[in-house]
Design a protein around this ligand. Structure first.
Ligand code: ZN
Length: 311
């Protein structure tokens, strides 16, 4: 069995709300309106290629299909997670995602989407939209069709290091000035509720009013997950979320830390600092997967890494 670390080439996505902050990660981005870096993805709309090693040039989906042993023989048609860095220079549209059941029925058998956000950075007084103020489904429909956006939308302050779990049916939007690492189910199904009446190439972008009203959960319930922190020699590991779809952790290394890889696979994205993993140089902006049965990892350096895995 191969025990090589699977390093990935990120994919960049041009968006009307994107900026150029992804340069901070050492990426040479193709324009000044890049909203997303897909760092770990096997999605058909952006399938990362493997960078270096014996699988060099293969896509992550090809590797998933041909070498499932690297992923602990996990079941499923597609690699289950997608990790992105999002640079919102302007506000993203207000949106909601379906759950697996709704997506299966209405979106050609696609998966629904649960996602979570780790706030990497944000400008002073930044806000984010999570949830709504309607008391029930009828109010949701009335507020949306009546365009009562101010009353409908629940906007809250956001700070560096905040973490949000976005369940299907939860109205949400990243607002301008925020840089986020998103870990999500491998799905690209988004229903746009409201786009601030903006124009893209002279036209308003499509809204999905019916689907949104179908899937929005009412009333909004804040999801409460406890963040727990464990301490090792020269590292801390903070569990940000453990849900049926994924676990996400923030790993902070300072010095020389030994950590075992005990999961079917482990996604890792370096979000600050630099150092080595088993003597291979890594730095802010590096994305990689530790395969099944990788054994002990030895990190050296000063870095923060966001990890994700499934149980
Ligand atoms: Zn979303």
């Amino acid at each position: 069995m191969s025990k090589n670390i699977i390093f990935l080439n990120p994919i960049f996505k041009e968006t009307i709300w994107g900026g150029n902050k992804l340069k901070q990660f050492g990426y040479s981005i193709p324009s000044d309106t890049i909203g997303e870096c897909w760092g770990i993805s096997a999605h058909k709309n952006g399938d990362c290629t493997i960078c270096g090693g014996e699988y060099k040039g293969m896509t992550l989906s090809q590797l998933w299909n041909s070498h499932r042993d690297l992923f602990g023989n996990c079941e499923g048609d597609c690699f289950p997670l997608l990790v992105k860095i999002i640079d919102a220079k302007k506000d993203l549209s207000i949106q909601v995602h379906p759950d697996d059941r709704y997506a299966m029925k209405h979106e050609n058998g696609s998966l629904g989407k649960t996602e979570c956000w780790y706030v990497l950075d944000c400008e002073k007084n930044s806000t984010i939209i999570i949830g709504h103020n309607a008391k029930n489904s009828i109010e949701v429909e009335n507020m949306i069709t009546g365009r009562h956006w101010k009353e409908f939308i629940r906007e809250i302050p956001v700070h560096k290091g905040d973490f949000f779990q976005i369940e299907p049916g939860c109205v949400h939007a990243i607002k301008g000035g925020t840089l986020i690492l998103e870990t999500q189910q491998n799905s690209d199904i988004t229903y746009r509720v409201y786009d601030y009446d903006r124009l893209s190439n002279g036209q308003p972008r499509n809204l999905h009013i019916k689907q949104s009203i179908d899937v929005i959960q009412a009333p909004f319930k804040e999801s409460s997950y406890e963040r727990t922190i464990s301490f090792g020699l020269d590292y801390t590991c903070e569990k940000l979320i453990e849900c049926p779809l994924y676990c996400v952790e923030s790993l902070k290394i300072s010095g020389s830390a030994q950590i075992p890889q005990t999961h079917s696979f482990m996604n890792m994205s370096v979000i600050s600092g630099e150092g080595t993993i088993n003597n291979i140089a890594i730095k802010k902006g590096t994305h990689f997967i530790l395969p099944y049965n990788y054994g002990n990892i030895e990190f050296k350096g000063d870095m923060q890494i966001i990890t994700s895995y499934i149980q």
